[in-house]
Design a protein around this ligand. Structure first.
Ligand code: NAG
Ligand code: NAG
Ligand code: NAG
Ligand code: NAG
Ligand code: NAG
Ligand code: NAG
Ligand code: NAG
Ligand code: NAG
Ligand code: NAG
Ligand code: NAG
Ligand code: NAG
Ligand code: NAG
Length: 467
């Protein structure tokens, strides 16, 4: 042990004395390897979560395939063993370790294991077993409850890493209240309320970190919009939209303008408009070809916006693309399956994964992938559980996590993970995360936060879960 620590310190002193002062004792390892204290890193990282006892992060699943150190906020945390197992370890300068035999992956000592993929070296290195914490399966655990149970709210991660939850419904009343989640204490606090109660609204994070909340429903369909400033904690009214709407979608374009698309005011809308954060004005832009709500929007890597499916009185399979240069929507290839209340996730390779949703007669398990190279949709692996009103979140490792949703039985406990390299879904947790119309946020720590939602048509939830 002492030898290893000495090695760490030599590594540090050799390379960066200032860093030693800054990072000393940032790493404290827990239970299984309580003797080891990692105090070093030559990498710039933020894994200094004093709220957790062990900075040696857990992998999200015991499955060898599932190799992301999700709980770590540094990308330098994952080591895969030569036997398809994975461990999480601290970010270190790998040059201070003995190299493995580069062909056999053997270490001289049988108390060391050969670590094949290290972040800071291209060579495989031997690490003593006692310094490693083997991956444990990740799962949902309960954290502090919302003060007010709610669904059809919005959740935004603000610049300081807290999560802002605004509006929604409780007991069939629209909410004006706003709560902030502090990841360090894992608790919620009520903060300044919005100017208007609203549900089924949108929340968009502007380039300067402020949050724009638009439209929604409260007695009437709302055209009003307002902005939360994290620096002052104040909500300020800003320009009204030209069209009141709820169940619309909003997306921040590459230049920081917010594009609001479709929705309903009792009747599905084709209207689109843009918010300029500099002037605070809304400007009408090109209409959709097909009126829709309950659709999805995705910002493609080239700046165009893809609107998929939804509802206009019929379930839609139509898809259209907005070119911001000319502000025109063009129909592109349709989905294989008509759907609303599905999700659309922009994968790391730029393609768009559409998941589940509500179809003509049932919840859907089918999933489709939009290939940006040829503009076509193809069916990929189906969900194990059909669902709509669920969430789908792209994790930092590029996989997509589906949570909750309704399948018309109301017992959708299972969490599934999509692997883009195989095109298949795997159930990664059977823990009870059942709810729909909830939100999911990826925290700075890479943990996943589920907030609120509804259990059935009348019950709003205050529980929040962390994965
Ligand atoms: C840290 O360890 C203490 C004592 O073992 C325990 O009570 C606490 O829950 C742990 N905290 C975390 C975040 O694991
Ligand atoms: C891989 O090797 C480690 C360390 O020797 C061991 O603990 C683990 O059980 C092995 N995993 C498999 C799947 O053999
Ligand atoms: C393994 O190491 C030897 C000696 O350093 C080197 O010559 C050889 O190219 C290495 N092989 C691989 C596959 O890296
Ligand atoms: C490890 O090596 C020591 C010394 O060579 C030997 O006594 C021991 O049995 C070995 N342990 C294993 C698990 O191979
Ligand atoms: C993995 O490494 C161990 C020792 O580090 C070695 O005994 C074993 O043969 C290796 N397995 C593979 C598949 O390379
Ligand atoms: C904004 O917040 C500050 C500090 O909380 C307060 O003093 C100020 O009056 C607020 N401004 C508005 C316009 O509400
Ligand atoms: C914003 O709207 C106001 C009132 O309609 C108008 O006077 C002003 O010129 C607009 N600003 C910009 C930048 O368009
Ligand atoms: C941002 O892009 C939109 C769509 O192309 C355009 O209408 C708007 O003028 C742009 N805003 C700025 C500030 O460049
Ligand atoms: C962006 O990519 C899509 C899909 O490949 C394509 O249809 C569209 O024309 C592109 N937009 C621009 C502005 O190049
Ligand atoms: C488009 O690309 C995808 C994936 O590369 C492929 O499966 C599909 O067959 C292609 N479709 C057409 C019409 O070329
Ligand atoms: C993955 O999904 C495809 C269908 O898209 C299926 O043919 C294949 O068997 C699945 N593979 C696994 C490992 O489940
Ligand atoms: C769903 O849960 C309820 C209550 O927990 C139970 O009565 C019902 O049988 C479950 N339905 C299914 C399909 O599992």
């Amino acid at each position: 042990m002492k030898k290893l620590l000495a090695l760490f310190f030599i590594g540090i002193i050799q390379f960066d004395i200032i860093n030693l002062a800054a990072t000393s004792s940032d790493y404290v390892c827990g239970q299984s390897i309580s003797a080891a204290k990692f105090s070093s890193s030559l990498q710039d990282h933020s894994a200094r979560n004093t709220a957790t006892n062990c900075s040696v992060a857990e992998c999200p699943s015991s499955s060898a395939d599932d190799n992301s150190c999700r709980a770590s906020s540094t990308p330098c945390f994952q080591y895969s063993l030569n036997n398809s197992s994975y461990v999480c370890g601290p970010a270190v300068d790998c040059s201070i370790f003995q190299a493995c035999d580069n062909v056999t992956h053997q270490c001289a000592s049988n108390t060391s294991v050969c670590i094949v993929d290290t972040c800071c070296s291209t060579r495989a290195v031997c690490l003593p077993l006692y310094t490693l914490d083997f991956c444990k399966p990740g799962d949902w655990s309960s954290v502090g409850n919302l003060i007010i149970a709610r669904y059809s709210h919005t959740a935004s991660v603000v610049d300081d890493g807290k999560v802002l939850v605004a509006g929604g419904i409780t007991s069939s009343t629209s909410l004006q209240s706003v709560e902030l989640f502090d990841p360090l204490t894992e608790t919620w606090t009520l903060i300044n309320s919005m100017n208007m109660p609203r549900r089924l609204h949108t929340a968009s994070t502007l380039p300067d970190g402020r949050i724009l909340v638009a439209g929604g429903f409260h007695s009437n369909t709302l055209a009003s919009t307002e902005i939360y400033d994290p620096l002052t904690g104040n909500w300020t009214r800003t320009g009204d939209m030209n069209f009141p709407r709820y169940s619309h979608e909003a997306i921040v374009l590459s230049n920081g303008t917010v594009l609001v698309v479709g929705g309903t005011d009792g009747v599905a809308s084709a209207h689109c408009e843009m918010y300029d954060p500099a002037s605070g004005n809304w400007t009408v832009t090109g209409d959709l070809n097909n009126r829709r709500y309950g659709h999805t929007l995705s910002l493609l890597q080239n700046g165009s916006v893809l609107a998929v499916g939804g509802y206009d009185g019929s379930f839609l399979n139509s898809v259209e693309l907005f070119d911001p240069n000319v502000e025109v929507w063009t129909m592109v290839q349709s989905l294989n399956v008509s759907r609303r209340l599905h999700t659309a996730s922009l994968l790391l390779n730029g393609s768009v994964l559409v998941v589940g949703g509500r179809g003509q007669s049932d919840a859907l398990s089918s999933c489709e992938l939009f290939d940006i190279a040829n503009g076509t949709w193809s069916l990929v692996g189906s969900l194990n559980n059909k669902r709509y009103g669920h969430t789908a979140t792209v994790l930092p490792n590029g996989k997509v996590m589906a949570t909750g949703g309704d399948d018309y039985t109301g017992n959708l406990t299972k969490t599934e993970l999509y692997n883009p390299s195989t095109g298949n879904w795997t159930i990664i947790s059977n823990s009870d995360a059942s709810r729909y119309s909830h939100t999911v946020s990826v925290l700075r720590s890479r943990k996943i936060l589920i907030t609120g939602g509804q259990l059935n048509s009348s019950t709003a939830l205050s529980t929040t879960l962390l994965f």
